[in-house]
Ligand binder design. Structure first.
Ligand SMILES: [Zn+2]
Ligand SMILES: [Zn+2]
Length: 75
């Protein structure tokens, strides 16, 4: 029976401090530890990282990605 190899998450995903999910429409932020996936105000899917470079959202007040400057606002 083949052994299952567990995939280890990349370092940036494992406990490097808190991160947030952010609504790209109304900028409501929720802690990444919650189970919320969609904004309760407008039903928009929350961003948990930059769609451009994958950097985690580490501030609930972010409007732009700290890694690449990509705006989180939905076009
Ligand atoms: Zn929203
Ligand atoms: Zn980015």
């Amino acid at each position: 029976m083949p052994r299952l190899i567990r995939r280890v998450s990349p370092p940036e995903d494992s406990g490097r401090g808190p991160y947030y999910r952010l609504c790209p429409r109304c900028f409501r932020a929720v802690p990444g530890s919650t189970a919320e996936r969609y904004c309760i105000n407008d039903g928009t899917r929350l961003l948990d990282r930059c769609p451009c470079c994958g950097t985690r959202i580490t501030s609930p007040y972010s409007r732009y990605c700290s890694g690449c400057g990509h705006p989180y606002a939905q076009a």
